[in-house]
Write a protein that binds this ligand. Structure first.
Ligand code: NDP
Length: 324
């Protein structure tokens, strides 16, 4: 048996029920993981509200770190006793113990503790592909990154700095602005006080940036397009304010042959070899201390409702974890 979060309907934080579930032996290709820490991510909110549909009843949570307790038939990636971490589907990491497809598990280097492991997989692997693969950034590039003091954001600030990329971050408060700068952002804009499009034009001497990373969605999409230099790339990778409405391709033409992509971690990490390469890159920068994963909020698993309330009301900074 394990304590776990289950939902039978979509809605507010109250739909997440803390219940006892039967875990059972791992099926072929699965491993049983006892969590030491569990990551909380904005995507969990999308599944909880139904913005991203899934069959119900369902578990929630895509990220965790812990120890392998049992393995099913045919499992080659991990063995009993391994310290592991993962980010992936099916949802269900909000639990003390769970079975997980072993192809998604990665052995955690000894240097990386469980809390960091649970906090960094989804957000860190996302930053890895965004900065290295969606666009292969190089030293001297200037980019705009929204929600720079959030979980993904603070990792992006640090990693961009390591790469010599000038990251202009946006944030919702002056405290968050200070945090983004401390973590390596070259410039920061409080978009609740200033027009971010005008400020980006000022900072770049009218040129605009080559890439915008926009996880806010509805509220920022068109302003973000206005920040791009001709031939620039709009990376729309989230919808914290709601989904981007349909738009005409002429919006891209009129602003100078822009590119738009809507990436997901799941497609970039779908092949085991890609997942392993991305993880090695992430483990490298975290193990060396070049990127520190800021775990800023900790909650008991039973208090996950509060974790979602804080995340959705923009009270959090950096990463949040649950302790089972
Ligand atoms: P964050 O910690 O960044 O929290 C979201 C932040 O978005 C808030 O703190 C807030 O920062 C900002 N925000 C702006 N408008 C709103 C709004 N209306 N409601 C709530 N928040 C708002 O979350 P994560 O680090 O977990 O994720 C960041 C984003 O990246 C999410 O949109 C997520 O879905 C996306 N993502 C996408 C992935 C992909 O592969 N496509 C993978 C991982 C994450 P502020 O107050 O500074 O504005």
């Amino acid at each position: 048996m394990s304590k776990a979060i289950r939902m039978t309907r979509t809605g507010g934080p109250e739909v997440m029920e803390y219940v006892d579930v039967e875990v059972g032996a791992p099926a072929p290709g699965e491993a049983t993981v006892r969590h030491e820490a569990i990551g909380v991510n904005f995507i969990d909110v999308y599944f909880r509200t139904g913005l991203y549909p899934q069959p119900l009843p369902a578990g929630l949570g895509m990220e965790g770190a812990g120890v392998v307790e049992a393995v099913g038939e045919g499992v080659t990636e991990v063995k009993v006793g391994d310290r592991v971490a993962y980010a992936g589907r099916p949802n269900g990491s909000y639990a003390q113990v769970r079975n997980m497809p072993s192809a998604q598990l990665l052995v955690l280097p000894d240097k990386i503790d469980f809390e960091t492991g649970a906090a960094m997989m989804l957000q860190g692997l996302t930053v890895q592909y965004l900065l290295h693969r969606t666009v292969a950034l190089k030293a001297g590039d200037t980019v705009l990154f929204h929600a720079a003091a959030g979980g993904v954001g603070l990792i992006a600030c640090q990693w961009a700095k390591v790469m010599g990329v000038n990251l202009i971050g946006t944030v919702g408060s002056d405290e968050k602005a200070a945090l983004a700068i401390e973590n390596g952002a070259a410039h920061v804009i409080n978009y609740n006080k200033e027009n971010f499009t005008e400020r980006v034009r000022e900072i770049t001497g009218g040129q605009g940036v080559s890439v915008v990373y926009d996880s806010i969605g509805k509220d920022t999409f068109f302003g973000s397009l206005d920040c791009l230099a001709p031939l620039g790339t709009m990376v729309s990778f989230g919808n914290a304010s709601g989904p981007v409405p349909p738009f005409s391709l002429s919006e891209l033409q009129s602003r100078g042959s822009l590119f738009v992509t809507r990436p997901t971690l799941m497609s970039y990490a779908a092949k085991r070899e890609d997942l392993e390469a991305m993880a090695q890159s992430l483990f490298g920068v975290v193990s060396s201390g070049a990127v520190k994963v800021p775990v800023m909020q900790r909650y008991n698993l039973a208090d996950v409702g509060q974790a979602h309330i804080d995340l959705e009301s923009r009270k959090t900074t950096g990463s949040s974890i649950l302790l089972p």
